[in-house]
Design a protein around this ligand. Structure first.
Ligand code: FAD
Length: 301
């Protein structure tokens, strides 16, 4: 429960219309699953972010930073605390020569489009990843041989105390779907992306080709959170799951996609409990059959 006093205090930091109480998280995740958050804030700029974060830290109120919710499973019981959404209202993208400076809420698809419009190459791989650049750097998002590690030169974060800090590429310790800030109370405010000059037609052709591959291989017609599991060393999660006979396996509204077994999809009305039960069954079956531990890529809240 968030008290009236806390809501009043938050109104000093951001407009009242950006503050929502008892907000269904199913409306803010690509899985379309999740109970209510006690309080949901749409952040517009770094100033609001630093003030809100400092205040919540001081009062020891739990909070969680949300991007586009495209790698997230929120529990059916929701979130007892404050969600700081850094997405649509904080999504400015600027081009300075070959450098792109993006606010954390900018969708990677928007950055890819702007890169193309400015004849900059190196970001085509990320055009179809449905997350924000803030969520992207936390996860070191990647696809088709590219990953953010290759192009990100600086990540501006707000730390626990509400102070700004610049982290360079090495300090970010990017790894496979992880980074130094994945388990740290840092909020991404801005990201610098270094690209190269390229041929607009080639950039466009590459983005179109990758989009075609996605549409062909991935169950984009259903809500999901993308690949449910990380790629285990030496294997493909989807292949192991398919070979274990789990294609189409269903718990309630959650299903192992028939189109791509690496995706758990919401066929309609799935609960977080359905998804968790399905994930546990897949993990057990694959472990039993192949001795391989599947680790979820999806973050559970
Ligand atoms: C159809 C589909 C296809 C996908 N394909 C790919 C793919 O090809 N490659 C890939 O890597 N991923 C893929 N994903 C997963 C997902 O899009 C990425 O992981 C993406 O980077 C998540 O960004 P987001 O803004 O949605 O983050 P969220 O899901 O909102 O959050 C993810 C994590 O990042 C944290 N976070 C978000 N924003 C911030 C911020 N500003 N500061 C600090 N922490 C933050 C959250 O707290 C959470 O821990 C796919 C998902 C879907 C649904």
């Amino acid at each position: 429960m968030i008290s009236k006093t806390v809501v009043k205090a938050l109104e000093n930091f951001l407009p009242a219309e950006n503050i929502y109480l008892n907000e269904p998280m199913s409306q803010h995740t690509t899985f379309r699953i999740g109970g209510e958050a006690d309080c949901f804030l749409q952040i517009e700029n770094v100033e609001q972010l630093t003030k809100v974060q400092r205040y919540l830290q001081q009062l020891e109120i739990p909070y969680f930073v949300l991007g586009n919710g495209s790698n997230l499973l929120v529990g059916d019981e929701g979130f007892a605390g404050v969600i700081l959404e850094i997405a649509d209202k904080m999504n400015e993208v600027k081009v300075r020569g070959n450098l792109i400076v993006a606010q954390a809420g900018a969708p990677m698809s928007k950055i890819a489009r702007i890169a193309y419009e400015n004849g900059l190459t190196g970001f085509e791989f990320a055009a179809g990843i449905p997350g924000t650049i803030g969520g992207g750097v936390v996860m070191n998002a990647g696809a088709y041989g590219g990953e953010l590690k290759q192009v990100v030169t600086l990540v501006r974060v707000v730390d626990k105390e509400g102070d700004l800090l610049d982290l360079d590429n090495a300090t970010m310790e990017f790894g496979y779907r992880t980074s130094a800030i994945k388990h740290q109370p840092f909020t991404v405010a801005e990201v610098h992306i270094q690209l190269q000059e390229g041929e607009p037609e080639q950039i466009k052709a590459q983005m179109d080709e990758l989009a075609r591959k996605r549409r062909e291989k991935q169950p984009l017609e259903y809500p999901s959170a993308g690949s449910t599991f990380k790629r285990p060393e030496g294997y493909f999660a989807g292949e192991l799951i398919m070979n274990a006979g789990l294609r189409g396996y269903q718990v309630g509204g959650a299903q192992v996609s028939e189109k791509h077994c690496g995706f758990v999809i919401n066929t309609g009305g799935a609960t977080a409990a359905d998804v968790k039960q399905l994930i546990a069954h897949v993990q057990e079956t694959v472990k039993e059959r192949y001795g391989v531990e599947l680790e979820p890529e999806v973050i559970m809240l």
